[in-house]
Design a protein around this ligand. Structure first.
Ligand code: UFG
Length: 322
């Protein structure tokens, strides 16, 4: 079976569902600090912290684990600036602990959730994988540290550098539910549904056509599909690799807001606020490498991303299940 750490979280739960649809058995490890037990609707669940060597050792002794897909991490850039030590411990040191246990049990297939934040302020876009790596926050640094550790290890690994994960499961069994929410699309949809008075645009004086930041939004199901392709790539004995995961299309904050207005049919308030620290003007992936190596192509556009997120948003607003 495949061990899915952080499988009760947003991207982890969507990938866990996709793994089951593809016929894999999974064991989901999550300490529920960010995830939800009722997002684990497939496979077995164990409430455990991957920072504990003894707990992991017991787990690897009890289950027949053939590979690991490692999502468990803290992922708020702003929080990482305020609490860098927390990010270096959980995202980097605890991952070294997991790698140590994998080595002991001779489990050598590893898929790692990395991030576009390893590039920092890009020197050019679209960004290829060989672009210089200069993270500008502890979150990006913690993920880059793991990438460096993987390079030195003898594991067979794939690191996937996500751009902006968005959208939800089309069956609405699972979705996006961060507390507190910091991501653009769910915050806009909060304004649409009336949970917030307005959405704030963090800066309209960036060096882009309409002055607002441009990002590459990729549907979470496209991400899930890439994890399965990456796992199968390792099963076929291909060598370790690093891939960007993005759509290759950029949308400004204003364009995302307009798409949300169009999909929801609701005209909510928009205000301009000061810039948020550490936001690069433009982040767009060059995804040619994963396209040619894994035959991965993103299937879903921004309208579909927003539509699925909106359906989920309406569901959780009427529901106290999470
Ligand atoms: N934004 C607003 N108003 C808001 C929230 C966000 O204008 O209320 C803007 C941000 O300034 C940014 C864009 O919307 O320009 C997207 O912001 P998100 O917070 O949704 O996403 P980020 O691009 O900051 O971060 C995402 C992931 C990180 C990852 C990063 C890599 O959430 O984990 O991409 O580039 F590190």
């Amino acid at each position: 079976m495949i061990l899915v750490t952080g499988g009760a979280g947003y991207i982890g739960s969507h990938t866990n569902k996709a793994l089951h649809s593809a016929g894999y058995d999974t064991l989901v490890l999550d300490n529920l600090s960010k995830g939800y037990e009722n997002f684990v609707k497939w496979g077995e669940f164990v409430n455990c912290d991957f920072g504990s060597y003894d707990d992991l050792k017991n787990l690897f002794n009890s289950y027949d684990i053939e590979g690991v897909i490692h999502f468990a991490a803290f992922s708020s850039v702003g929080e990482s600036v305020k609490q860098p030590a927390k990010y270096l411990k959980n995202n980097f040191k605890n991952t070294l602990n997991l790698l140590k246990v994998m080595k002991k049990f001779e489990v050598n297939k590893f898929i790692f959730s990395s991030t576009a934040a390893v590039y920092g302020n890009p020197e050019f876009t679209p960004i290829p994988e060989n672009h210089p790596l200069k993270p500008i926050n502890p979150y990006g640094q913690s993920k880059l540290n793991v990438e460096r550790a993987l390079e030195k290890s003898d594991l067979n690994y794939v690191s996937l550098r996500y751009f902006n994960a968005a959208g939800c499961d089309f069956d609405l069994e699972i979705g996006e539910a961060h507390v507190p929410e910091t991501h653009l699309i769910p915050l806009i949809l909060d304004a649409a549904i009336g949970k917030r008075d307005s959405i704030s645009i963090f800066g309209d004086d960036y060096n882009t056509q309409d002055g607002t930041c441009i990002r590459d939004y990729v549907h979470v199901n496209d991400l899930a599909d890439a994890h399965i392709k990456a796992y199968e790539y390792l099963q076929d004995d291909n060598s370790s690799n690093i891939f960007n995961l993005g759509n290759g299309n950029g949308f400004s904050v204003k364009e995302v807001i307009n798409t949300c207005k169009k999909i929801t049919g609701i005209d909510f308030n928009v205000e301009i606020s000061p810039r948020r620290d550490g936001d690069p003007d433009i982040l767009i992936a060059d995804f040619n490498k994963i396209k040619s190596s894994l035959n991965w192509n993103p299937k879903y556009d921004l309208d579909t991303i927003v539509e699925s997120a909106w359906n989920w948003h309406k569901k959780i607003n009427n529901d106290v299940c999470i």
